[in-house]
Write a protein that binds this ligand. Structure first.
Ligand code: DGL
Length: 269
């Protein structure tokens, strides 16, 4: 395995850029390839079978580009497709559920709330991961499906977002930690923080995921030595201009090297 190969990062849309941002911060010498399946976002409302099929197609694309490690930045994909993805590739695969659960448990909170898409919450993946690390933890979960279209629309810190957050989160107030178990939710940090109040710690799996990537690359001896300038490439399956605009608006970064691709479906292979 060559150390200068890029890290592949996959998400259903733009939300995984919150994870990529932390990877860039933690590992500035690494090259990366990001794929957002923007033509088929959201994954969170789909069946497990459909999510697995979409993931298989995206992973095939990243694999064909030559990557040394794959990050499944999408919580929904990590919840329902991590095993099938691991079976498809022979490189390390890092999901976001375990790092998020670790961060929640490390916060020391006894009561932990988890919010995510319908598919993520229904899978029970966070509940299992948290109670595995702390069997005494009291875990409460709530799907918040409307946050994803609101983020895609760019409404993350206005009265509409606040109203939706109040409706979803009222029942979770008072918990010690709240896991933002969806790539898009860190974009609502301000609104969610206001609704939950100062006593609830907001947990975002992105930082912990980046640390996990570093640990694995170091353990496998494939950290980039940093001789060559790192390169960053971005691929989406639809509307590249909208993707670039939203990334610029939310994350304050310009996306260069952005291309639209068509994923090869299983039927046409
Ligand atoms: N990336 C998804 C997740 O983290 C959110 C968007 C979607 O539903 O596809 O669960």
């Amino acid at each position: 395995m060559r150390n200068d190969l890029p890290i592949g990062v996959f998400d259903s849309g733009l939300g995984g850029m919150t994870v990529l941002r932390e990877i860039h911060r933690e590992l500035p010498a690494e090259s990366t390839i990001y794929l957002g399946d923007t033509a088929r976002v959201p994954y969170g409302i789909r069946s497990d079978e459909t999510v697995r099929k979409y993931c298989a197609e995206s992973v095939s694309f990243l694999k064909s580009r030559g990557i040394k490690l794959l990050v499944v930045a999408c919580n929904t994909a990590s919840s329902v497709a991590l095993e099938s993805i691991r079976a498809q590739v022979d490189i390390p695969v890092v999901g976001v559920i375990e790092p998020g659960a670790r961060a929640a448990v490390a916060s020391g909170a006894h009561s932990v709330a988890v919010i995510g898409t319908d598919a993520t919450i229904k899978s029970g993946a966070y509940q299992r991961a948290i109670t595995m690390l702390n069997p005494d933890a009291e875990v409460r979960c709530r799907p918040c499906p409307l946050f994803v279209p609101l983020a895609e629309e760019g409404w993350v810190d206005d009265d509409v977002a606040e109203l939706v957050a109040r409706r979803y989160l009222e029942e979770l107030r008072g918990t010690g930690a709240l896991v933002l178990g969806c790539t898009h939710y860190p974009l609502f940090r301000g609104v969610i923080g206001r609704v939950m109040g100062p006593d609830t710690l907001l947990v975002d799996s992105a930082v912990e995921t980046a640390l996990e990537v570093r640990r694995i690359l170091a353990a496998d001896g494939i950290l980039n030595a940093g001789e060559a300038q790192p390169s960053h490439e971005y691929f989406v399956t639809d509307k590249p201009q909208k993707f670039a605009l939203l990334v610029e608006r939310f994350l304050g970064r310009t996306v260069e090297n952005l291309s639209k691709i068509q994923l090869q479906t299983e039927a046409s292979r």
